[in-house]
Design a protein around this ligand. Structure first.
Ligand code: UD1
Length: 430
């Protein structure tokens, strides 16, 4: 297994390119199942989750091809992926494949919408709480699907096709909204999705579905309307920039000091995080090229933050912010409201010398003047990068083990950080 070694204490300088968003690329790839024509996605990040989803889609009969590299192409620029689901040969998504990545459960929506049936293993994914799928199944039932749970699988059918309906989510769910959108696009009649997720990745999926011929209004707001039933066609779509990656590197710079241009980052997609970074003492400047983040000699100021659905502070940046606050000059409070068990980074940060006290869903972080490098273990995707942030400021060497968590969601993290002056390297495991 690979490890990442970091020797802390170097400020970051330069330009760091922001990749396409993993959380947009995954549902967009799944949307290819809705049409017999080709869907071309540009700016797809090179991540293990993307490769795994390609395998899962291949199992259903989707031809997935990655466009070859052309002269002059930068390795850090995303890839173009062509997906063609002309014929779906299998409507079962088996445990061995779905258990590696929770988002792959979402194939249930296009499969039942197009083929009238599916058998999809209940998901695995990051160990950040129970993460049920009841609301995803509720949405499909509202559209007329029948669902049974059998031996760890959701077995779903809709022999007469899906019908538009009102779907009222009792709580905001990104996956639920993706599923509702994809199914409603092929369902007969109008669907109204209430309390829909407003996350930019949901809007990106809706925009791509519109290019494919779907009639959708209200994406980016809490009420989305879909006039379904039209045959969807192929399209070309560029994956939106990864706001979580941008926020993560912004926190790296806030931690180490220095001056970095996050090229291609979209400030309007992470305003709440930029506001928090401003309070923490980082200087944020928005330019045509992206977001410039700098911190000069002044220390990191403590903050009080609660995670919330978009446009609130994202749960996917909670661990990173905690990493940053371990070095603040004072006491910070971070409350997690989206997932009930998303604090696994706390004990690993403590190994580097952080002082964090957990009380229910709130972490109190007493900033310390010095962190010291140590071996630590990545426990989930976002938690693992919080260890990287802390290690960038720690004295001595930190070895981050179980790097495969990072590789699920951060494209060539060590290359991007090293190019900005970090002392970081990957040690290949056997
Ligand atoms: C997506 C993101 C993940 C992010 C999360 C919240 C992807 C691939 N993953 O995950 O990175 O942290 O949004 O922004 O895009 N819930 C239920 N029942 C359900 C579905 C969800 O109770 O059927 C609950 C969850 O347990 C959680 C909350 O709703 O407490 C939000 O989850 P949801 O938005 O669905 O997260 P994901 O779509 O899985």
């Amino acid at each position: 297994m690979d490890r990442i070694l970091i020797r802390g204490g170097r400020p970051l300088h330069g330009t760091l390119p922001i990749s396409g968003a993993k959380n947009a690329a995954l549902p967009l790839m799944i949307a290819s199942l809705l049409t017999e024509d080709e869907l071309t996605l540009a700016n797809v990040p090179r991540l293990s989750d993307v490769t795994n989803l390609g395998r899962i889609l291949g199992n259903h009969g989707v031809d997935v091809t990655i466009a070859g590299k052309r002269t002059g192409d930068d390795d850090l620029v995303g890839q173009t992926v062509r997906l063609n689901a002309r014929s779906i040969v299998d409507t079962t998504a088996p445990y061995e494949l779905v258990s590696t990545m929770r988002a792959s459960f979402w194939v249930i929506a296009p499969l039942v919408a197009r083929m009238g049936r599916a058998r999809v293993s209940l998901p695995g994914g990051c160990a950040i709480g129970t993460r049920p799928v009841d609301l995803l199944l509720m949405a499909l039932e509202r559209l007329g699907a029948r669902i049974e749970i059998d031996a760890g699988y959701a077995v779903i059918d809709a022999p007469k096709g899906l019908k538009g309906a009102e779907i009222d989510f009792p709580k905001v769910t990104v996956g639920g909204t993706h599923v509702a959108l994809m199914a409603a696009a092929l369902a007969d009649g109008t669907t109204v999705i209430r309390n829909a997720a407003c996350e930019p990745e949901v809007t990106d999926l809706a925009d791509c579905l519109v290019k494919m011929g779907a009639r959708i209004r209200g994406q980016g707001t809490a009420t989305i309307e879909v006039d379904g039933g039209a045959r969807l066609k192929g399209a070309h779509h560029t994956v939106v920039a990864d706001r979580i990656e941008a926020g993560t590197y912004a926190m790296c710079v806030a931690m180490t000091g220095g001056d970095v241009m996050l090229a291609g980052a979209r400030p309007e997609l992470l305003q709440s995080a930029l506001d928090v970074l401003g309070q923490a003492g980082a200087a944020i400047t928005v330019t045509n090229e992206g977001i410039r983040v700098a911190r000069n000699g002044h220390g990191i100021q403590p903050v009080t933050v609660t995670t919330d659905p978009f446009p609130g502070f994202p749960t996917d940046l909670q661990a990173q912010l905690m990493g940053l606050m371990t070095r603040a000059s004072g006491t910070s409070r971070i409350t997690e409201t989206i997932f009930e068990n998303r604090f696994m980074h706390v004990q690993e940060l403590a190994r580097l010398g952080a002082h964090i006290h957990l009380d229910g869903q709130t972490a109190t972080i007493e900033g310390v003047p010095v962190l010291k490098g140590a071996p630590v273990m990545a426990t989930d995707l976002r938690a693992s990068v919080s260890l990287v942030i802390a290690a960038l400021a720690a004295q001595g060497e930190t070895a981050v083990n179980r790097v495969y968590h990072l590789d699920r969601g951060f494209e060539r993290l060590e290359t991007k950080l090293a190019a900005c002056g970090a002392d970081i390297e990957r040690i290949k495991g056997s």
